[in-house]
Design a protein around this ligand. Structure first.
Ligand SMILES: Nc1ncnc2[nH]cnc12
Ligand SMILES: [Zn+2]
Length: 351
């Protein structure tokens, strides 16, 4: 941050913070598209595809969104994804997210998808990828959002299944920019996926991984050293390991932190106890993200507003978080620079 922007940001009064956070340009780097499927759209898809849900109404479904850890969420999340069957379903879900993100002043979105959740039910890989890709293209032309896809492997499945999934997706290689690793973390360390990530590196794909959401700092070390992950998704457990904190700060490896997700999955008992401010002030390249907004009570701006209210962060922190999101994105250098200039202009003009 330049000193001028920094000084200006520090003078913005706290009561204007929600407005600043809402209007500030930003990138979202950690969003599972299946986690953006709102109950209303889920019921609509269940109806049109003749899929039976375990809940009789939107209200009953929403009442079931009461989680005590990651697994209790994943069980409901995978059941919800069963309504997605056609290319149009994937398009509709992704378009709904992108419109919502646009309203939150997201200039760039890097969107995770879980193909194995769908191919195992007989949905063709092409229906998943083409539907999502078409929504990303329309978002570029109609909303001006830059949106890209990241294919995630489910870590509760085997490495061989991940390798098979990669092969199956290769005809659409130009439709995704990278790969990630998600699902049940504890008991499924990054090293289980060493070979498939090495192969993705050879293919020129970006690599990210969920690590240190519930799992230990050792998983963050191996995501970096074995998988060569360029960003760590969540990574909040890094504060338990001083050496790791030093490394992440020194390398400026981005952490895609998801405050409301961590609250809803009981990673932290209250938002006020979240360590995002500590991580940011220790010099880590922290970003704010929504993870699974339809399940965790808020899209990106709600995450910003609630975590700022709970931890007392100010406009200087807001600038740094937004700037980190652009610097950590996989956009080309000119696009990143353009977005950072937009951010600087926004802060200079905010009044
Ligand atoms: N928070 C999360 N952690 C791991 N896998 C996920 N898949 C969707 N959301 C996830
Ligand atoms: Zn996630």
């Amino acid at each position: 941050m330049t000193d001028a922007v920094h000084d200006f940001a520090r003078r913005i009064p706290h009561d204007r913070l929600p407005e600043l956070l809402r209007r500030m340009p930003k990138a979202e780097l950690h969003i599972h598209i299946e986690g953006s499927l709102e109950p209303e759209l889920m019921f609509e898809m269940a109806r049109r595809n003749d899929v039976k849900l375990a809940y009789s109404s939107v209200d009953e479904l929403r009442r079931a969104y009461d989680f005590n850890n990651l697994q209790s969420f994943l069980d409901i999340y995978y059941a919800g994804a069963s309504v997605l069957q056609t290319e149009q379903d994937f398009y509709d879900m992704c378009w709904a997210y992108l419109e919502r993100a646009h309203a939150d002043r997201v200039l760039r979105a890097e969107i995770f998808f879980d193909p194995q959740t769908h191919t195992v039910r007989g949905v063709p890989m092409g229906a998943v990828i083409e539907g999502l890709h078409r929504a990303c293209q329309d978002a570029q032309t109609q909303l001006g959002i830059d949106a890209e896809l990241i294919l995630c492997f489910l870590r509760h499945l085997s490495e061989q299944e991940a390798l098979d999934t990669l092969e199956e997706a290769l005809p659409w290689r130009d439709r995704f920019i990278g790969v990630g690793l998600d699902s049940s973390e504890v008991g499924h360390p990054p090293e289980k996926f060493a070979r498939v990530f090495a192969r993705c590196g050879e293919l020129g794909l970006h690599r990210v991984a969920h690590a240190g959401e519930e799992g230990p700092p050792a998983y963050i070390w191996s995501a970096l050293d074995v998988l060569k992950a360029e960003r760590i998704d969540h990574g909040v457990q890094s504060s338990k390991d001083a050496k790791l904190m030093q490394r992440l700060a020194q390398q400026r490896t981005a952490l895609t932190v998801c405050p409301l997700s961590n609250l809803k999955l009981c990673v932290f008992p209250q938002l006020a106890q979240h360590n995002i401010r500590q991580l940011l002030e220790a010099g880590l390249a922290v970003t704010v993200n929504s993870d699974d907004p339809a399940y965790f009570g808020g899209y990106l701006n709600t995450n910003f507003i609630e975590i700022f209210a709970a931890t007392g962060m100010d406009a200087g922190h807001a600038y740094q978080l937004a700037r980190n999101s652009f610097e950590a994105s996989f956009a080309d250098a000119a696009t990143r620079q353009r977005d950072i200039e937009r951010l600087d202009r926004f802060f200079a003009e905010f009044a």
